[in-house]
Design a protein around this ligand. Sequence first.
Ligand SMILES: [Zn+2]
Length: 237
Amino acid sequence: MINFHKSQPAPTSLAAQKKYDDEDVLNRLQADFHHKCYLCEKKIDTDFIVEHYQNHTTNGYTNPHKKFNWNNLMYACSYCNSRKSGESFSDILDCTNSQILIAEKISFLLTAFKNPKEKVDISTTETDPTTLNTVKLLSRIYNADCKIDSTYKPPAASRMKAAALRKLLVEAMADLTQLKDDFYDNENKPEQAIYADRIKAELQPESQFLAFKIWYVKSKPSWNDDFSPYFPTSVHR
Ligand SMILES: [Zn+2]
């Protein structure tokens, strides 16, 4: 999860309060979220859903202000949508609020780069309930379990989908690792600039799993010195 900028004003179809997933809404969400699920950061051109950041129904009553409110609509994959709504995560950090930099509040670490059976480590030093709840949800999405709640037993389908997600994550991180190795192997050669450009592209908002890539760069001072200038200021300062 990283920050996204929600473009304004709201798509016009929302004003009628009849549909929240008309074409203009979908096109805007897709562009604003760079075709990525706002929770898992996977590219989702064939599996997207309009997700309500705050639940729009309470005890069977639909709140139209939440249901058709542009600021309450997010772009998500069906897996993350079901994890969030099925388990009632209504209070999580708002990634469209530029005052809250998600990748500074929460760390995203992948310990093993070749084995998707290894769990990812999502944690925070913050103590507020909203950040802790976000960590809990993201941990369930990527790991299908939660270190905060060890009694939780995920269904088999969730475990398999989380493992499939980690496989994509491991592949993306292996690509970045290779580029970083190529960059240092070509030190003081003209080719180095090519690898620098490719690493920069990996660190842009449209790149999949950017939160993990940022924390990978931050994990070693020399990488941080060389590549943190490429971090977009909208997601990490
Ligand atoms: Zn997702």
